[in-house]
Ligand binder design. Sequence first.
Ligand code: TRP
Length: 378
Amino acid sequence: MSYLRATRVASRVRFLSTKQSTSSIQEIDKYNDLPPNSRVFSMIQPTGRIHLGNYLGAVKSWRTLSNTNPDSEFIFGIADLHAFTTLKPATELKENRYQAIASLLASGLDVSKCVLYFQSAVPEHLELNWYLTCMTSMGQLNRMTQWKLKAQQSQTSSITDEKVMESTKAGLFCYPALQNADILLYRSTHVPVGDDQSQHLELCRNIAKLFNNTYGVDYFPLPKTLLTPAKKILSLKNPEKKMSKSDPVQASCVYVTDSPEQIQSKIKKATTDSIQGAWNYDPVSRPGISNLINIISGLTNESIDNTVANLHHLKDHKSLKDYVADLIVNEFDDKRQLYDELLQNKDYLEQVCKQGRDKAREMALVNIGEIKTIIGMD
Ligand code: TRP
């Protein structure tokens, strides 16, 4: 890899690592590449076709990392067991799973450089999940914010509240223990995720530490959070909310598979503001414009400051929107076609998944064997 390329990638990946004391999240702005022999792991839930938020928040950085660090290993999974925390008709789950794998391949993940597989195809995730669930306190889980969002509870809700307890499934509440099992099953060293997963990663390090201390071993590395550089992409129509497939407003979400006309029309309808004059990045008072700036920055790999500086030639909201739409159309053009072809070819998708499963399972079996020996379950 060329030096230039490496430093460019490195400077776009912010590192979080824990000092082993309590409040412990440290941000490092510059990082000169992943250390050799890192094992990088991440997952994405199969919610169907991937959208711009998923693409910039996860998949694009997975692709960049795995393409530019030949000395490291990359394992990327589709978290279908996590998706099961929201029950759906079987046909829909199955279709979502195919769409997720086709989207990842179409987005440019190269299976010669990473392992790509379905979580449910490697049952050792569930086995380790149990051991880790037994090491995780209800209090730790209760402090996590994601289940509250997903169970449509307020951020101050607590599982000790009778009503909250009735309406929250145990699987959703225990979701982070399974996520810890995903990461630790491969003894991963780095986990690229969006900001919303930082809390789960901190819990993961605590559980890894507890395991190591309990058994007097140095078995699990404490996985570092690799915070993906793109900011969270918001709904185009309501930039108060995250961009989401479940948004009933069609125009709020751009998919990797949208046609150029669909992309143009959605961007044209994006909510902005009526402020005239120079562009500025201000998520509070200009949420719509700032969201478009985040999109440009994510697609062009430029910092927010450089992105704003480069926009001076765009004189009005229409030209800004045209510019954003062109960037997205260009980025997704080849991916849309490939996605359609891949979905037509389910045999090929099956073959890719089997190959990924075999590689993942080989590692998982070795590690679960060692874990069982450590805990006395062999
Ligand atoms: N919880 C993650 C999300 O909602 C998905 C996920 C499941 C994950 N297992 C993981 C991410 C392991 C990183 C590592 O996006």
